[in-house]
Design a binder for this molecule. Sequence first.
Ligand code: ASP
Length: 217
Amino acid sequence: MKKILLLTTGGTIASVKTDKGLVPGLSGEWLVEKIPQVKTLCEITVKPILNIDSSNMSSSDWLVIANAIHEGLDNFDGIVITHGTDTMSYTTSIVSYMLRNLNKPVVFTGSQLPIDAEGSDGVINLFQSFQVATSDFKGICLVFNGKIIKGTRAFKIHSISEDAFVSCNYPYLGKFQDGKVVLEQNEEISDNLEFSPKVCDEVVFVKSNTWYKAIYS
Ligand code: ASP
């Protein structure tokens, strides 16, 4: 049976209601309890690495995530990372550039509703992430609402809808059919893993609505 590492970072999927709003508070073990059918797929080891709302994620947190993935690659067949949706696509992108030529699946996911909320999308998103993490996929992707998106191409377009992410100018990497993963894109990679855990903080972000409209209108 495959061995999968679950790294938890917080986000809505692991949040509980408090008088200050939603706050990350659920353990990785609790998340796994919500998808009992995963026990037929793999053995899971849980490792909490952060416990934050992803809108507070900083470049030093990206390094924590990249290092945890790098450490996990030797001992596990695949890795699932739970993450808040607000900045998940930034993390999947930067981590994709820090870890190149991966020969195993590394899957990020999250949800719009806490996994304990009635009808939460967290249950299916988490289970499907483990399905991809136990597949032949190689590289970094984001799994959300039945979509498998390349790490460098994910883009959040909705803050409430379960269909929160799209793949920007790149095909989806696969789909879920009859309860199974069907991979459609698996890039040829060399066997030489490249790990460069470096981030430059001296960057200014200029956001243009014109650019957004040009792509999505
Ligand atoms: N604010 C949350 C976060 O990004 C939103 C979410 O997870 O959906 O951590």
